[in-house]
Design a protein around this ligand. Sequence first.
Ligand SMILES: Nc1ncnc2c1ncn2[C@@H]1O[C@H](COP(=O)(O)OP(=O)(O)OP(=O)(O)O)[C@@H](O)[C@H]1O
Length: 231
Amino acid sequence: MLIVDDLTLHYGQSQILHGLSLTAEAGKVSAVMGTNGVGKTSLLKAIAGRHPYSGGTITLDGKPLDHPTAFQAARAGIAYVPQGREIFPLMTVQENLEAGFACLDRTERGVPEHIFELFPILKEFLNRRGGDLSGGQQQQLAIARALITRPRVLLLDEPTEGIQPNIIQQIGRVIAQLRDQGEMAIVLVEQYFDFTWGLADSFTAVTRGEVSLSGKAGEIDREALLSKVSI
Ligand SMILES: Nc1ncnc2c1ncn2[C@@H]1O[C@H](COP(=O)(O)OP(=O)(O)OP(=O)(O)O)[C@@H](O)[C@H]1O
């Protein structure tokens, strides 16, 4: 279980997160929602060791992640799929996947076959350059690259952004499949309300770096949530 407690984060003098707390359980999709600029990406970056946090704690399966570097966070089992995907455009699909090996021991460096079961198109396009894939295919590649490390926590930053509807549905099915395997806690940052509402097991609405509403699917009120995450 990932527990983020009372997290604060700054860019220079500017405070972005104001004591934000979040819990993400294995086998569940925990959605983080909110309008532009409320600090969703900053939260994921703090968890993934991509930006230092100023206060609070992050704990994974009972062990504190004490201000980890990106490498240490990845070694601890945290995988991050950034907004905008960050595919290496001149490298092939195979090479992009192998970029995920960086934090693994030599003996662990292989692409698990189940990744191609989740994303068959990647097997077909192994020798194609990342930059020649469509947006949806790049998103699949970014998720696949994150799964290379067999993570315990998967952080997804707006996976539906700029993706055509049929691929969004496919990505939703993959997220649900990964959840149902029961081993991974999935933190989904999303602004596409209906997609997230249909998929997530719990919801955290963020407003100006603070939690403004949270609750489990089946308990939280849809309209109340919608009002917190819409402009
Ligand atoms: N590197 C940075 N330096 C300074 N300010 C930053 C930096 N990155 C983000 N910010 C600011 O921090 C605030 C939160 O940004 P963040 O990207 O975390 O929000 P977000 O909720 O993910 O928004 P979006 O949905 O637009 O991605 C914004 O005001 C943004 O301009």
